[in-house]
Design a protein around this ligand. Structure first.
Ligand code: NAP
Length: 313
């Protein structure tokens, strides 16, 4: 269906997907990869990053996109605005703050946020932007840095159907599984469920490696053999080899995992007792994220979540 829209837009001339200006705000690890893939797909991408001179800017320019020095410069004339930032206050600042998207985007613009911020915040932002005739979609993603680079992300979307249909041909350039989950906040709600799977699974991966070491099993076999079995997972396949190589550089930073686990409990109104496994995962990730980083070369949660394995050394 979306492919059909894509084709129709191409034929319509003035509404061609390639002519649609897309603003991409936040060229961090995920934003860089997504913006680059959009530009490589031939779309008209204008990026902006708060801190100038980051690698994401160079990568987007090399892929054929443009980079603006100001948020206003990137958003002016955009039909679709994407954000991939950090926590709730970052998204609110960029979308609703002074000089932000709500003050610079044209009425009718579709704004999709790929950050993980939880359903409560997403609904609040949706309502604030609706008052300004701007369409907000919460569109958190999963698939990691690998999925972002390979344009195979899963995109979980909450919001109205019409803006979703408008953004869908663009989402298809960066994602493989794209699902409108329901009204505003529903993409974020599903994403928090995903973060429980990721957090708890990461612990099982690290404990399997630890047992392997204790029993004298070659670590490489844990990845090579077990990835194909019933205990296999995205983390084992993609992060297992990084653990073997002691590569703790972030694909997904510990600080973001800690944010996401905080969001799980905030959105449960602090009812931590109902998720004891997640609570334990949160405690272990805190321990690793807040450590001084001497063992892994990073601090303040800057290392990737696979640094959890250091807790078992
Ligand atoms: P990242 O590498 O830390 O990049 C964050 C980006 O947001 C940077 O461009 C940063 O700009 C910008 N930013 C943060 N706060 C801002 C603010 N107040 N105003 C303007 N710009 C701001 O993070 P990431 O790994 O790409 O993740 C981004 C989001 O996606 C997070 O919500 C994360 O939870 C989610 N996510 C990540 C992954 C993953 O595997 N990495 C997967 C799924 C979802 P500066 O350069 O100026 O700091």
């Amino acid at each position: 269906m979306s492919k059909a829209i894509d084709e129709t837009e191409k034929e319509a001339g003035s509404n061609r997907l390639e002519d649609m200006q897309i603003a991409y705000l936040g060229l961090g690890l995920m934003g860089e990869a997504m913006a680059v893939n959009l530009a490589k797909a031939g779309l008209n991408v204008v990026g902006w990053n708060r801190t100038p001179g980051k690698p994401g800017e160079t990568a987007l320019l090399s892929a054929g996109g443009k980079v603006e020095k100001t948020l206003k410069g990137a958003v002016s004339g955009a039909a679709v605005v994407f954000t991939c930032l950090g926590d709730i206050e970052d998204v609110e600042q960029v979308l609703l703050g002074p000089g932000g998207v709500s003050e610079t985007a044209s009425p009718g613009t579709v704004i999709a946020d790929f950050s993980t911020i939880g359903p409560e915040a997403a609904i609040r932002i949706f309502n604030s932007l609706k008052d300004k005739n701007l369409h907000f979609l919460d569109a958190p993603v999963t698939g990691g840095d690998v999925g972002a680079r390979n344009a195979t992300l899963t995109i979980m979307v909450g919001g109205d159907e019409e803006p979703f249909q408008k953004a869908l041909p663009v989402f298809e350039k960066i994602g493989k599984t794209i699902k409108r989950c329901g009204p505003s906040g529903s993409g974020q709600a599903l994403k928090l469920c995903n973060q429980i799977l990721c957090a708890v699974n990461m612990i099982s991966v690290c404990e399997a490696f630890h047992l392997a070491k204790q029993l004298g099993v070659d670590e490489k076999l844990v990845v090579e053999v077990l990835s194909a079995g019933a205990g296999g997972s995205w983390a084992l396949t993609n992060l297992g080899p990084r653990i073997v190589k002691s590569d703790f550089a972030p694909g997904f930073a510990l600080k973001h995992m800690l944010k996401d686990l905080r969001l799980v409990f905030e959105n449960l109104d602090g009812e931590s007792d109902v998720l004891p496994g997640t609570k334990l995962a949160q405690a272990l990730f805190k321990q690793v994220g807040e450590s001084d980083g001497n063992a892994g070369g990073g601090a303040d949660g800057a290392r990737g979540t696979q640094a959890m394995s250091l807790a078992y050394k």
